[in-house]
Design a protein around this ligand. Structure first.
Ligand SMILES: Nc1ncnc2c1ncn2[C@@H]1O[C@H](COP(=O)(O)OP(=O)(O)O)[C@@H](O)[C@H]1O
Ligand SMILES: [Mg+2]
Length: 261
């Protein structure tokens, strides 16, 4: 059983030692990785996915329960404890959703007797996250960006059931992010989001701040940030209503901002 993942710092792009030498992530943690473009966010995610052992460009090492991880994590797809969801996740096949999930469950060695239930659960979870319901007979390639993201998140949480889920830049994907974080929290995994979405960041336990290819600091979400996180969600909802109205050619009025107080 995985209890903790430890990041042991390496060096920045210019070869300086990383300011943060040690981060221990525990099961149940929701973590955001933040920093400007080019600061090394994706690279850190890749180090995690590869279980870097001083063998990548950053020199970082990852420990599982305080020890070097077993090789089978990398070598056996059914044993890999990490699911990675990126903006560029595409599907080589044009399978219907049902067959995609069945094939995936097969790779993850889900028992036959549990298959139907798992697939239904995954679909129900995905459909809570997206406004446009997915049906099992749709083809993977026909799904919208939001539907695809929702399905992959549900697949990672339920079918893959991996203890660690990495999500690289999932914002603007047309999914209910507050609900996503709240539901994912119940699964007691380590969720790591690369994001600047205030909604997700404020619901995270802490954020890892990247700069120049290195981990600059770790900021725990404080009391003040926690208390206004609801207001931020409301603001975000209002903005998306306005966006929809603009898109459909309507006028905006001051009414739009009511409820913000
Ligand atoms: N610690 C590091 N040492 C060397 N090169 C790095 C390091 N961190 C990032 N890089 C390189 O810097 C570039 C930008 O990093 P990337 O992770 O893509 O940034 P971001 O995802 O924040 O935009 C990439 O080419 C990456 O290989
Ligand atoms: Mg990136």
């Amino acid at each position: 059983m995985i209890q903790t993942i430890t990041i042991i710092g390496g060096h920045s792009r210019s070869g300086q030692p990383e300011p943060v030498e040690h981060i221990e992530m525990k099961m149940g943690d929701v973590v955001s990785i933040v920093g400007p473009t080019g600061s090394g966010k994706t690279t850190l995610i890749n180090d995690l996915e590869l279980f870097a052992d001083a063998n990548t460009q950053t020199g970082r090492r990852m420990l599982v329960n305080g020890q070097r991880p077993p090789l089978e994590y990398r070598d056996n797809p059914a044993m890999n404890p990490i699911a990675l969801i990126t903006q560029h996740t595409t599907f080589l096949s044009d399978l219907p959703v049902l067959e995609f999930l069945t094939a995936h469950a097969g790779i993850r060695a889900v028992e036959k007797s549990q298959m139907d239930e798992m697939i239904q659960k995954t679909l129900a979870f995905a459909n809570q996250l997206t406004g446009e319901p997915i049906v099992l007979s749709s083809r993977m390639t026909e799904l919208s960006g939001g539907q695809t993201r929702a399905l992959l998140i549900a697949d990672a949480a339920i079918i893959c059931n991996t203890p660690i889920v990495l999500l690289d830049e999932v914002e603007n994907a047309g999914i209910n992010r507050t609900l996503a974080v709240e539901l994912l929290r119940e699964y007691r995994k380590i969720f790591i989001f690369v994001t600047h979405d205030p909604r997700i960041v404020l619901l995270s336990d802490y954020r890892i701040v990247m700069q120049g290819g290195s981990i600059q600091k770790v900021l725990y979400t404080n009391e003040e940030e926690r208390t206004f996180s609801r207001k931020v969600s409301k603001l975000d909802d209002l903005l998306s209503v306005m966006r929809d109205k603009i898109r459909s050619g309507e006028r905006l009025t001051t009414h739009e901002l009511e409820g913000l107080a």
